[in-house]
Design a binder for this molecule. Structure first.
Ligand code: SF4
Length: 363
């Protein structure tokens, strides 16, 4: 009963592979906290996974099940939050279709992430095949010129710029508004996406003369910077991740590979911890990280010893998570859990769709 009076929060994650520590520190720890204060809907965004990866969908179903076990192991609780698979609740697609009737394409083309991601996808597709990439870019450029578009609009003519990819912000808006979400937990860099959702809601409400869609507000979450092993942002596409449930041996190997200050060669060389990946992880796992920074600067510790301590500290926190996940994998059927969550989500979503369809003049 109490839950119904709480503000609703909606968030989702694409099932593109096993979760890593960037996901954990950046998103999932916040989700666990949000459960205490809000009525939370967390969904596995399998349709979103197809928007940029329809050609490699063979692992989506398995990744979805693994993701649910990961969520449980880190403390998401299906008794307190609703978690479900997006494609189990067809109303997400239905509302996205209706929102697509009011969302101008020009708004979607302004989405900076669309063009950035598109370029990244091209790079990935033609990795190690520069000739083919140039050829594809040439064809795309010719198409753009033939249609009188400038280079800035090349993205429009790429074979990877699908309707689903261009329109993913509309699907995101539907994901949020289907549950009357008051808040969406985001980082400040994601604000333009949320603004777009708000614009779509406002336009829909105005066009149909009924305040049927709630404009979501940002819930800014602070999260520490988690670099990947090479110092870039931790990301599966860079191959620089540490899994949340990485085994002890894998953890040790990866920490040993972490980028450190290249000028610190001998133990007593004075180091520069800023920019050192091991140091960034000490900040996350070592309560005395400030002392470690000072020791590094003063040349009182070597990188080998520094990393050895880091491995011990990380293992202390990650081993219980790993053990809990193994227990869950042996005792929980993720499909049952997803089905129960989908039933709860569907109840809210179908009521909302009835109201939206009525406002749009369909009923
Ligand atoms: S001593 Fe530690 S913090 Fe300093 S550069 Fe080496 S690994 Fe990084």
């Amino acid at each position: 009963m109490e839950k119904e009076t709480k503000s609703v929060v909606v968030s989702g994650a694409r099932p593109t592979g096993r979760l890593h520590l960037g996901n954990y520190w950046g998103t999932l720890r916040n989700w666990v906290d949000l459960q205490n204060k809000y009525g939370c809907y967390f969904f596995v965004a399998d349709w979103h996974a197809l928007t940029t990866g329809a050609d490699k969908s063979e692992n989506i179903a398995a990744n979805t099940r693994e993701m649910v076990l990961d969520w449980l192991a880190i403390g998401l609780d299906p008794e307190r939050s609703v978690f479900f698979r997006q494609s189990d609740v067809k109303e997400h697609a239905e509302l996205a279709l209706l929102l697509g009737m009011v969302a101008p394409i020009s708004w979607l083309l302004r989405n900076p992430t669309f063009k950035d991601q598109l370029q990244e996808l091209h790079k990935q597709k033609y990795k190690g095949q520069e000739d083919k990439m140039k050829q594809a870019e040439g064809v795309t450029k010719q198409l753009a010129e033939a249609h009188g578009h400038d280079a800035g609009e090349l993205a429009l003519h790429s074979d990877m710029a699908t309707l689903g990819f261009l329109g993913y912000p509309v699907l995101q808006a539907a994901d949020i508004m289907l549950y009357d979400a008051r808040f969406v937990p985001i980082g400040r860099d994601q604000l333009p996406h949320l603004e777009l959702s708000r614009d779509i809601a406002r336009r829909f409400n105005h066009m149909f003369g009924a305040p049927v869609l709630t404009e979501p507000e940002p819930l800014f979450t602070s999260s520490p910077v988690v670099p990947g092993l090479d110092g870039r942002k931790m990301s599966k596409s860079y191959g620089n991740t540490i899994g949340i449930f990485e085994d002890a041996k894998g953890l040790e190997t990866k920490v040993k590979k972490m980028y450190t200050d290249p000028l610190k060669v001998k133990v007593d060389d004075k180091g520069h911890p800023e920019g050192c990946v091991a140091c960034a992880f000490h900040k996350l796992y070592n309560p005395d990280w400030k002392a470690r920074e000072a020791e590094c600067r003063e040349g009182k510790v070597g990188c080998g010893a520094c990393k050895k301590q880091l491995i011990e500290l990380m293992e202390k926190e990650l081993a219980p998570l790993r053990a809990r996940r193994a227990e869950l994998a042996a005792s929980v059927n993720p499909e049952e859990l997803l089905a129960a969550g989908a039933a709860k989500a569907r109840a809210a979503a179908s009521a909302k769709m009835a109201a939206v369809s009525k406002a749009a003049g369909l009923i």
